[in-house]
Design a protein around this ligand. Structure first.
Ligand code: PDD
Length: 305
């Protein structure tokens, strides 16, 4: 088992030739962080995952704005301005492209840095640990898009600041593993009888030709893909709303989708072993998927920012 994991790790290392760590671009096996880093000891850090299409980070301004609010929640300053981030990303993208990668996703993580262990913030100024890399991003395969994925509902056991994109993801990992243990792709989370989001995605439902997703607040991550879907719906006169979605509404929905930067928009066609609507991707999904792909095409051609 350990041997298999090492082989897998080696394979990942082969696809990632270069990482950024604290001002340096390094081969991954030379990127070393202190064992006293508060990210390691307390899981105290924040992150972003940014898709890269045609060599350019997608919805970058939105990701950087969310990074800024995650950092403010951690009571830290953003170590770089937008142009410095741009330079770091451009170099990582170039390195990944020279290794033969097409579309990519950038992972970026910031922690407060190393300090003697104490729950309270260090009294002296620590140097933040800034880590980033680009890796290949494959779009969802056509079979998955044609048949949709299955999900289960489960109680949302997370904390009350799910709006922070925090690296402390133990609860999310436990929840996603519940889905994997039950042979499905995602866990849809319920809090006090209402849907919040997926373990690693936002969720939309369609009822009476109307698209609905829960409003932003402390119990969901303000997803960049979620916002783009709403933007595309509004620009194309698709009725949509940000409203609480009860468990009963979720289970009676005609269509259910998940959204995320890496999965884009995926139809969920089975929940708790029962079909959603007719058990296949619905017409509203087909329309939004086409709008999203058109938007990506326009982005690749430099027609949208
Ligand atoms: N996760 N909600 C949660 C809990 C998430 O982890 C994610 C994405 C989303 C969707 O956000 P966005 O559209 O900005 O990707 C919602 C990323 C992809 C991850 O952790 O890998």
């Amino acid at each position: 088992m350990y041997y298999i994991q090492c082989l897998f790790l080696n394979k990942i290392m082969k696809t990632i030739k270069c990482v950024y760590l604290n001002g340096k671009f390094l081969p991954p096996d030379q990127a070393l962080v202190s064992a006293f880093d508060r990210g390691f000891v307390f899981g105290e850090g924040i992150y972003e995952v940014i898709p890269v299409f045609g060599g350019r980070p997608f919805r970058l301004a939105h990701h950087l704005a969310r990074l800024e609010s995650s950092m403010a929640a951690m009571r830290m300053h953003n170590p770089h301005d937008a142009s410095a981030w741009d330079e770091i990303f451009a170099r990582l993208i170039k390195e990944a492209e020279s290794a033969g990668t097409g579309d990519q996703s950038i992972y970026l993580q910031i922690t407060r840095g190393a300090a003697p262990r104490d729950h309270a913030f260090p009294t002296h100024n620590t140097t933040p640990t800034v880590f980033a890399y680009a890796q290949p991003l494959n779009p969802p395969d056509p079979e998955t898009l044609a048949s949709g994925i299955a999900a289960v509902t489960t109680p949302d056991i997370r904390w009350q600041r799910c709006d922070i994109k925090a690296t402390a993801l133990l609860a999310n990992a436990l929840l996603r593993q519940q889905a994997v243990d039950r042979g499905v792709a995602e866990a849809i989370l319920l809090r006090d009888g209402f849907m919040t989001e997926g373990a690693a995605s936002n969720i939309f439902i369609v009822n009476n030709n109307r698209l609905v997703t829960p409003p932003k607040g402390p119990y969901i991550l303000p997803g960049i893909t979620r916002d783009l879907v709403l933007e595309l719906a509004r620009a194309n006169q698709i009725p949509c709303a940000e409203e609480p979605v009860s468990e009963a509404h979720l289970l009676a929905a005609e269509e259910v989708w998940l959204t995320s930067s890496t999965k884009e928009i995926l139809p969920i066609t089975r929940i708790n072993d029962k079909p959603v609507g007719r058990g296949k991707p619905g017409p509203m999904y087909a329309r939004m998927h086409a709008l999203y792909q058109d938007y990506k095409r326009a982005f690749r051609q430099g027609e949208v920012a």
